[in-house]
Design a protein around this ligand. Structure first.
Ligand SMILES: Nc1ncnc2c1ncn2[C@@H]1O[C@H](COP(=O)(O)OP(=O)(O)OP(=O)(O)O)[C@@H](O)[C@H]1O
Ligand SMILES: [Mg+2]
Length: 331
C-alpha cells in the first residue's frame, strides 16, 4: 500500500435505516481500501450489512437508508459529498454492480442486443452502430458468442444471462466492479465459471473487484484481501491467505471451523458450502443496542471489557487486523 493512492478508500462509513421500530445501524463505522486492479471480498452472515455497504458506495440505498457519516473516496474524491444525480452519471463509468439474480432483470420481450445498446446510450453519447460494435466486443469478452447477440433472454441459460449482466457492467469501462452474491442463484459448476470469468477480467483489464458472499470458501478462493463483517462492523480484515491460515477474531474462527477441511478449490467445485449458519446463537438485530463488542453475547471468551468497551483494530500481521481485545489470548 505505502504511497499508492487506493482506488477506493472507505473511511468510517455509517449507513443507517430509519424504521418505525427505530434506527437500524446496518453499517456502523467500517473502513477499508481497495487498490487499482485488486480483488477484495466481504463475508458474513445474512443481515450483517454487506449489501448496505455496497449500495452505500454507489448511493443506491433504499429511501429510508442514509449515509450518516464517513467518506467514500474514489480516486481521492469523496462520493458521499456528491449529488445523487452526479453519482448516477458516474455509476457504470467508475463503479458497476452485479446483483444476485441480476439476470432476471433482463426484459424478456426485448432482444439482448437492444437492451445493452440502450443502456450504453443512456450513459454515453454514441451512435447505435457504435454501441452495437461495443456490445459485440463485450460479448466476446465475457465468453458469449457474438452471433447470439440478437436473441431474447429466454433463449439463454442462467449462467449466460449472468454473463450478459457482467457485459453490461463492463460496458462503460468501470475501474471497479462490485458483485453482490453474483453467483448465488446459479448451480455450482456455472458458479465456478462465472467466478473464473470475473478473475480473468480483473487480470486482463486491471479491474478492481469487490465480491460479496455469505460463502467463506468463495471469498477465500476468489479474493486477495477480505473483510469479515458482523452486525454492521468489520471484525477482521486483511490478506485472505493470512486470515485463512490464522483467523484471529472468535467469529472468524467459528466461521472457519464450521467448515472442517477447507480444501477450497475442490470444495467450491464439488459444491460444499461454508455457512455461518452453523454457528451457535442468532446474529443480533441491528436495532439492538449491544455495548462493547457486538459479538460478545455469542462469544465464549468474552470478559467484562468486551461488554464495556468497543474493540479497536489490533494488529495481527503485516496486513491483518482483528477487532478483538483478546485475539492473542484465546486458544
Ligand atoms: N430498507 C431497509 N429498511 C430497514 N432495514 C433494512 C433495510 N434494508 C436492510 N435493512 C437491515 O439492515 C441490515 C443489513 O442488511 P443487508 O441487506 O445489508 O445485509 P446482508 O449482509 O447483505 O445480508 P444478506 O446476506 O441476507 O444479503 C439487516 O438487518 C437488514 O434487515
Ligand atoms: Mg445482501
Amino acid at each position: 500500500m505505502g504511497t499508492v493512492t487506493p482506488l477506493l478508500e472507505v473511511r468510517d462509513l455509517k449507513t443507517y435505516f430509519h424504521t418505525k421500530e427505530g434506527i437500524a445501524k446496518a453499517v456502523d463505522g467500517i473502513s477499508f481500501e481497495v487498490n487499482e486492479g485488486a480483488s477484495f471480498g466481504f463475508v458474513g452472515e445474512s443481515g450483517c450489512g454487506k449489501t448496505t455497504a455496497a449500495l452505500s458506495i454507489i448511493k443506491l440505498l433504499p429511501k429510508n437508508g442514509r449515509i450518516e457519516g464517513g467518506q467514500v473516496l474514489f480516486r481521492g474524491e469523496d462520493l458521499t459529498a456528491k449529488s445523487d444525480e452526479e453519482i448516477r452519471m458516474r455509476r457504470w463509468k467508475d463503479v458497476s454492480i452485479v446483483f444476485q439474480g441480476a439476470m432476471n432483470s433482463l426484459n424478456p420481450v426485448m432482444r439482448i442486443s437492444k437492451q445493452i445498446v440502450e443502456a450504453i446510450r443512456l450513459h454515453e453519447d454514441i451512435s447505435i452502430p457504435e454501441a452495437r460494435e461495443r456490445v459485440k466486443r463485450l460479448f466476446a469478452q465475457v465468453g458469449l458468442n457474438p452471433a447470439l447477440l440478437d436473441q431474447y433472454p429466454h433463449e439463454f441459460s442462467g449462467g449466460m444471462k449472468q454473463r450478459v449482466m457482467i457485459a453490461l457492467a463492463l460496458a462503460c469501462n468501470p475501474r471497479l466492479i462490485i458483485g453482490d452474491e453474483p453467483t448465488t442463484a446459479l448451480d455450482v459448476m456455472v458458479q465456478a465459471q462465472i467466478l473464473d470469468l470475473l478473475e480473468e477480467l480483473r487480470r486482463s483489464l486491471n479491474l478492481a473487484t469487490i465480491l460479496i458472499s455469505h460463502d467463506l470458501s468463495v471469498i477465500f478462493d476468489a479474493c486477495e484481501r477480505l473483510a469479515v463483517m458482523y452486525c454492521g462492523k468489520i471484525v477482521e480484515i486483511g490478506g485472505a491467505r493470512e486470515i485463512y491460515l490464522r483467523p484471529a477474531h472468535p467469529y472468524t474462527r467459528k466461521l472457519v471451523n464450521a467448515f472442517p477441511d477447507l480444501e477450497l478449490e475442490k470444495q467450491r467445485k464439488t459444491g460444499k458450502r461454508a455457512l455461518g449458519k452453523s454457528i451457535a446463537g442468532d446474529p443480533p438485530n441491528p436495532l439492538d443496542r449491544i455495548t462493547g463488542c457486538k459479538f460478545h453475547p455469542r462469544c465464549e471468551w468474552a470478559e467484562p471489557r468486551c461488554v464495556e468497551e468497543e474493540p479497536v483494530a489490533m494488529k495481527v500481521g503485516a496486513d491483518h487486523r482483528a477487532f478483538c481485545w483478546k485475539w492473542d489470548r484465546i486458544g
